[in-house]
Ligand binder design. Sequence first.
Ligand code: NAD
Length: 296
Amino acid sequence: MSRIAFIGLGNMGGPMAANLVKNGHTVRVFDLVPAAVQAAVDAGASASASARETLADAEVVISMLPASRHVEGVYLGDDGILAAIPAGALVIDCSTIAPASARKVSEAAAARGLQMIDAPVSGGTAGAQAGTLTFIVGGEEDALERARPVLQAMGKNIFHVGASGAGQVAKLCNNMALGVIMAVTGEAIALGVAHGLDPKVLSQMMAVSTGRSWATEVCNPWPGVLENAPASRGYSGGFGSDLMLKDMGLAVEAAMSVGASIPLGEVARNLYSMNHQAGRGKLDFSSVVQLITSEK
Ligand code: NAD
C-alpha cells in the first residue's frame, strides 16, 4: 500500500481518490474547492491546506486537473510542487491535457530525477465511481510497472501506448471520435423525432444495430431515453461540454502539428464552441443536441 498525494477532486478526482482509500492506500488530498476536499475526507482521505502540503511523505503523486494550464501551474508555477516532491516518488498525471504540456512537465520531473507518466482516463464519472476506468499511459515501461498497483485501484484496463505524451495523443483520438459520435447521434434522434418516431424505441433499435455507440447505449443525449444519463437530469454531472470543447481544440492542435486532416473533428469542435456560447458549457457534453432542438 502506498502513501499518495492527490490533487484535484472534481467529478473524476473525487471518486478516484475515494477508490484509493477503499483499496487501503493512505491518501492526502487538496482541491481549491473546500466542499470537494470535505467529500474526500468523508470518504477517508486526509485534508491538506495546499497542494504542497499533500506531499509530506508521498510515494506517489497523482493529479486530476481540468486543463494544461492547471497542470503546468500546479507543477511548474511560482509555488509549483515539483521542487517539493520527495526524492524517488512517482508522479502520475491523469488529467487530459496537451501532449506538449505533458512532455514539458515530465521533462522537468526527469531533470529532478523523478519518474512521471501521463495517464489520462476514459470511462466517465460512472467509471471513476465504479473503479473501472481505462488508463491510457505514456511514459517509461518501468514507471508504468511502479504505477500499476495504484492504477488498478481506480481502473480495470491499462494501455501503454508509447513514450511521454503518447497517452494524451491516444486520449485525444478517443475523445475526438466521441465528440463527433455524440453530436451525430443527437442529430439522428432529432431527425427521427421530427418524423414522429419515439426516441426511446429509436435509440433501443440503434443500440443493437450498426449505429450503436456509447452515445446510444450509456449516455444517450435525448432526455427520458436512459434514466441514468445526464440528459434525463437536465444534463447535470457527467463530462462537461467545455471539457469536450477543450479536448476537441487539443485534437485540432495535435492534427495541425503533424499536418493530419480531421474534417469531422473540426466541425464538431465548432459545435461544442457554439454550445458554450449558448450557455451550456458547464452542462454534460450531450447537451450539444440542444443546438438543434432548443431553439424551435
Ligand atoms: P472538474 O472540473 O470536475 O474537476 C477539476 C478539479 O480540479 C476541480 O475540483 C477544481 O477545483 C480542481 N482544481 C483546479 N485547479 C486546481 C489547483 N490549482 N489546485 C487544486 N485543485 C485544482 O473536472 P473533471 O470532470 O474531474 O475532469 C478532470 C480531468 O479529467 C479533465 O482534464 C477532463 O478532461 C478529464 N476527464 C473527465 C471525464 C469526465 O467524464 N468528467 C472523463 C475523462 C477524462
